[in-house]
Design a protein around this ligand. Structure first.
Ligand SMILES: Nc1nc2c(ncn2[C@@H]2O[C@H](COP(=O)(O)OP(=O)(O)OP(=O)(O)O)[C@@H](O)[C@H]2O)c(=O)[nH]1
Ligand SMILES: [Mg+2]
Length: 256
């Protein structure tokens, strides 16, 4: 890409027992293309070597022992050091090599938020038939209920300015998997179609075993959509990390 982008970027990777995939995920992230790059692993108390391996790779590791994918992000968004936030699973499924291009597009087009659709360019074996159907059904339901026009409501790759959370209405409330659909709904509602866009990226087979509970998580995602539609979704924990969470940046992360 040549020139260094005039911005600072935090890439957040939520992890829960990703010892097989964390190193190749971090290795796949290009370096030297923006002013400062922070790789922030928000770990949900993994019982394997995830935190140790992430530290060895030079990542900042924050321990968030409250369970949940959404919980990890509601902490990571608050503690991220830099101006632009990029999110990905720590399982080698998302195209990390495209991060510089995506950030460049956000800057060049003066966008606030990009979500990356996986359904159009998913590679063979990246989604089981059941997951593919579930993703389609959830995305279809979200479009029907909210008319917000997003193809892939469950994608976990977003590129956005940290400043979007200065508007407290933009702060997602869900501590579980539904945070993924919630942040896209909020972006389209509060930022709008012009500055909160969706683009298609490749999606690859996972490295390591998922902890996702297909039926349980699918059901929670549906319930969230209906609850949100009628205004009954509730926040269980407050926004942001706790001061007591250990963080390698403060040098108080216990050995794993
Ligand atoms: N910190 C934290 N991370 C989590 C938790 N649950 C899942 N994750 C991480 O969040 C990311 C998404 O979870 P996945 O298991 O990949 O879910 P998924 O992408 O829907 O399922 P696959 O398609 O099988 O990958 C992964 O990097 C997980 O390690 C949790 O409770 N806490
Ligand atoms: Mg995944």
């Amino acid at each position: 890409m040549g020139d260094i982008l005039p911005t600072t970027v935090t890439i957040i990777l939520p992890t829960r027992n990703e010892e097989e995939a964390i190193e190749p995920t971090i290795d796949s992230i290009p370096t030297g293309w923006c002013k400062k790059l922070e790789i922030l692993v928000v770990d949900g108390n993994s019982s394997d070597k995830t935190r140790e391996l992430a530290l060895k790779k030079g990542a900042r590791v924050h321990l968030e022992d409250r369970r949940g994918y959404g919980r990890a992000y509601r902490t990571g968004f608050d503690i991220a050091s830099h101006d632009i936030i990029v999110t990905m699973d720590a399982d080698c499924t998302y195209p990390a090599e495209l991060v510089p291009k995506l950030v460049k597009r956000l800057l060049d087009e003066n966008l606030e938020y990009i979500t990356c659709d996986r359904l159009s360019l998913a590679e063979d074996g990246s989604m089981s038939g059941l997951h593919g159907f579930g993703n389609w059904a959830l995305s279809f339901t979200a479009r029907l209920l909210f008319g917000y026009g997003i193809k892939d409501s469950q994608s976990g790759m977003w590129v956005f300015r940290k400043s979007i959370f200065e508007n407290s209405k933009m702060r997602p409330t869900n501590d579980g998997m539904p945070l993924s659909e919630e942040i896209k709904l909020l972006a389209r509602k509060h930022i709008g179609k012009e500055k909160a866009i969706e683009i298609s990226v490749p999606y690859r087979p996972r490295v390591g075993d998922a902890e996702i509970h297909t039926w349980g998580d699918g059901w929670k995602n549906f319930k969230f959509l209906f609850a949100k539609r009628i205004g009954l979704n509730r926040t269980k924990t407050p926004w942001g990390g706790r001061d007591s969470n250990p963080d390698s940046m403060n040098k108080d992360l216990p050995e794993q």
